[in-house]
Design a binder for this molecule. Structure first.
Ligand SMILES: *Cc1c(COP(=O)(O)O)cnc(C)c1O
Length: 385
């Protein structure tokens, strides 16, 4: 073992691949469950899009979480892993007919609706099946999250949700339809949020909207505040489990729930990011004019976050005990953006050394592509190797 890694076992597997520390995943889920047990009205769904590896899904389902899906494929993955349909919520700006039909056939908990045209289509398709679809409206709360521009979703300029000004009109339209039943409001302001003030701002906005709706005698059965809690990418060892207490306490203190209302959460990254590492092997150390490149066999096709969002991941040479040297860590893909980190310190590195890219359990394996005709990375859990 070096740190959290069973090196001897990792050595046996063809790189690059994802390694999941299932003990950490289970400890993370226990932490979530401990916190929500203090609040009867809280219900947590796991955002499947963060990682849909079946082994991960099974453990999350066993912990009792529901599923948040953003495509028909994710609904299928959730059902296959045993998530009950009445714990599945389905969001997304562009749901196609087959995806809506799939949700209807399984009587999912709710469709999170993002526009009037979508509402009309759900009503029409539900009518054909003689069903009534439970719908929540995704409202754009125009609350900014202090995170990367590509992962804020709750500003008026973003494509997501229904504008607050249109909320009542859309609820009235929905109420006039025979085959949809309005049950809730849905929000999601962004991802990798570490400032509890952002969630407080969302709570304040929801409190205002509830008062506004009540003045029109509109009752809401459930509120869904989405996900977005961030993780500590700098210190995966020191902070392996996010501060769920601070997160849930913020909602408990700031959001004024009405009697019998339930409060739903959709956590993705915070559940799975820290348990996953991308394991790769050093191919070459290349001496440039002014720097050294550590060229590894994983690339942006295996983990796209650094190229897509300039995301930071802690990188470690888990084979070497040599003194630190400074490297640019790069992949083999024919793109200049295929860089994991520039000018970082690694233990002296050589061909064949194993390199671990940490905190890669969320938006890692699931975003892998076959660009350059690469093989998709496999995911291995600590339970099986
Ligand atoms: C992506 C997404 C989530 C999960 O976000 P995290 O930041 O991974 O917690 C939750 N809800 C919706 C609607 C999403 O699109």
């Amino acid at each position: 073992m070096k740190g959290i890694f069973p090196i001897d076992k990792l050595e046996q597997i063809q790189t690059p691949y994802y390694y999941y520390d299932m003990e950490l995943l289970r400890a993370t889920l226990r932490s979530i469950n401990e916190e929500i047990q203090k609040h009867n009205e809280f219900v947590v769904h796991y955002a499947i899009k963060a990682n849909a590896n079946p082994r991960i899904l099974r453990v999350i389902r066993e912990a009792g979480l529901g599923a948040d899906c953003v495509s028909g494929g994710e609904i299928e993955a959730a059902l296959k892993s045993g998530f009950p349909a009445d714990k599945i919520v389905f969001a997304g700006v562009g749901k196609s007919d087959w995806e809506i039909n799939l949700g209807l056939d399984h009587d999912i908990f709710s469709f999170n609706v993002e526009s009037i045209p979508e509402l009309e289509v759900i009503n029409e398709l539900a009518e054909k099946k003689g069903k009534v679809a439970r719908i929540a409206l995704r409202i754009n709360p125009n609350v900014g999250a202090h995170t990367h521009a590509n992962i804020t979703t709750g500003l008026a300029e973003n494509k997501f949700g229904i504008a607050m000004n249109d909320m009542e009109t859309v609820i009235e339209r929905a109420s006039a339809m025979q085959n949809v039943c309005f049950v809730g409001l849905h929000f999601h302001i962004g991802s990798q949020i570490l400032d509890m003030g952002d969630f407080e701002a969302l709570c304040n906005r929801i409190n205002e909207l509830q008062i506004q709706l009540e003045s029109h005698h509109i009752r809401v059965e459930n509120i869904n505040v989405g996900g977005g809690l961030g993780v500590d990418y700098q210190h995966p060892n020191r902070v392996p489990i996010p501060d769920f207490k601070a997160y849930f306490d913020t909602y408990a203190r700031k959001l004024k729930l009405r009697p019998n209302q339930t409060l739903h959460f959709e956590l993705g990254r915070s559940v799975v990011a820290q348990c996953g590492s991308l394991i790769s092997r050093t191919l070459y150390i290349k001496e440039g004019a002014s720097k050294k490149f550590c060229i590894i066999d994983a690339g942006m096709t295996d983990l796209i976050r650094p190229a897509l969002y300039q995301a930071y991941h802690k990188i470690e040479n888990i084979s070497s005990e040599e003194p630190k040297e400074t490297y640019d860590v790069v992949g083999p893909i024919c793109e200049s953006s295929d860089v994991f980190a520039k000018q970082i310190d690694l233990n002296g590195s050589h061909r064949g050394d194993l390199i671990a890219i940490r905190s890669a359990g969320a938006y890692g394996e699931i975003m892998a592509s076959q660009y350059n005709c690469r093989r998709l990375p496999q995911g291995y859990s600590s339970d099986e190797i």
